[in-house]
Design a protein around this ligand. Sequence first.
Ligand SMILES: CC(C)(COP(=O)(O)OP(=O)(O)OC[C@H]1O[C@@H](n2cnc3c(N)ncnc32)[C@H](O)[C@@H]1OP(=O)(O)O)[C@@H](O)C(=O)NCCC(=O)NCCS
Length: 170
Amino acid sequence: MASIRIRGAKEEDCGEILKLIRELAEYEKLSDQVKISEEALRADGFGENPFYHCLVAEILPAPGELQGPCIVGYGLYYFIYSTWKGRNVYLEDIYVMPEHRGQGIGSKIIKKVAEVALDKGCSQFRLAVLDWNQKAIDLYKALGAQDLTEAEGWHSFRFEEEVMKKLAGR
Ligand SMILES: CC(C)(COP(=O)(O)OP(=O)(O)OC[C@H]1O[C@@H](n2cnc3c(N)ncnc32)[C@H](O)[C@@H]1OP(=O)(O)O)[C@@H](O)C(=O)NCCC(=O)NCCS
């Protein structure tokens, strides 16, 4: 069986990550919302004060194989803050290419995020999932996550840029 490595993304991975971001948005039936560019991903993830961090999952070539490692999934996260619990991690995206699903890669990414979060002194790690994505919901629950909508009734809200401008008087 091919071996999988989870590693921190490098700036030069941004093109590949953008391709996977688009695939995830398509899976989520929300492709029209993807406005991000490779340049923005490079600037925002790899500057002096990165806005996000990213892990990539890659398949390593077997000894003697000529092709290099191949990125088949990613997990993109950033640090947030809870006034109740302090340091938190938010996993914005997790995605594994269809032909590589069901082999433990997604779970490996989640375990790595948990490891990074603990290393940074975080006491929680959060994410959101669409209500119809039962397979992902089942996976998160199987790994021990709590459904906050079910347990506490939270709804997720978003102010779009136009609304923000109105609010800010711009
Ligand atoms: C969710 C996802 C990241 C899990 O990655 P993975 O590598 O398939 O996960 P693992 O192999 O560690 O875990 C497999 C489990 O995930 C489940 N799973 C979740 N979504 C799945 C999917 N779309 N296809 C196949 N299996 C999926 C399987 O049911 C499996 O459970 P089982 O082991 O009890 O059979 C991956 O399936 C994926 O990218 N799905 C599409 C995008 C998505 O839903 N992202 C999450 C958005 S919140």
